[in-house]
Design a protein around this ligand. Structure first.
Ligand code: ZN
Ligand code: ZN
Length: 238
């Protein structure tokens, strides 16, 4: 049992393929790490949805059908990769194990995804999508906060810690459809102090973008406080 415990905390082999041995402190083998494909152009300029090139004939300012109907209040959303295979496993692993090793896997992914210093992000503040603070969730690792921390360090930007507050437990969104998700998160966020947010450009960070219901609801509250632009960044896009 002790072996199983140690293995789950400090894996001896790659957490995805389970075959390859890995060096101490790592969680993925080189092959699996390389297999994580970044979401690059052509993407919807607004929400970052991958374009169907054969159908959409995307240009630089291409907008997907959904965004043309304007369902989102954030200005832009981008994700590092698709929520499948290796990245999905890494995020699941990350969720329940606050290990430095997983953090460094994510950090090196971000370094590869953002190979520049991001001068256009000067003046932005980084905000994690918050968890609802109760006893049960204290045990859950706050991934959004950790990813936000990495982004802030990467671009040398300040963090707006607790500027955004989760009012209640919204439970898992996974089994809900799009309409249910929107309803489920309605009113779930508030801001600590409206005055702090006035005119500030923000990068809102979460782990996974599925329908965008959560980040959009959070963005609504931020925009209501007359903030500047809201850019959303998530590690994965479902
Ligand atoms: Zn592997
Ligand atoms: Zn879009």
């Amino acid at each position: 049992m002790w072996d199983t415990f140690c293995d789950s905390m400090f894996p001896q082999s790659c957490i995805y393929c389970e075959g390859a041995r890995i060096d101490g402190g790592n969680f993925l083998c080189g092959d699996c790490r390389e297999a994580i494909q970044f979401l690059t152009e052509a993407l919807c300029h607004t929400c970052g949805a991958p374009a169907d090139i054969s159908y959409d004939f995307p240009r630089e300012d291409f907008q997907c059908g959904l965004c043309r109907k304007k369902p989102f209040v954030f200005d832009r959303a981008r994700s590092l990769g698709r929520y499948d295979t290796v990245l999905k496993e890494l995020i699941h692993f990350f969720k329940y194990r606050p290990q430095r090793g997983v953090v460094s896997e994510i950090s090196s992914l971000l370094d590869r995804y953002f190979p520049y210093r991001g001068d256009e992000l000067k003046g932005f503040w980084v905000l994690p999508v918050p968890l609802y603070k109760n006893k049960l969730q204290e045990r859950q690792f706050d991934q959004a906060h950790l990813i936000a921390d990495l982004i802030a360090k990467r671009f040398d930007l300040p963090m707006g810690r607790e500027w955004l507050i989760k009012n209640r437990d919204t439970g898992p969104q996974a089994k809900k459809n799009k309409t249910e998700r929107v309803k489920n998160v309605k009113g779930a966020f508030s801001v600590m102090d409206k005055n702090i947010l006035v005119g500030k450009d923000l990068i809102l960070v979460d782990d996974v973008f599925t329908t965008g219901a959560t980040v959009n609801e959070a963005s609504k509250m931020l925009k209501r406080s007359n903030c500047g632009r809201v850019f959303v960044f998530t590690l994965a896009r479902a």
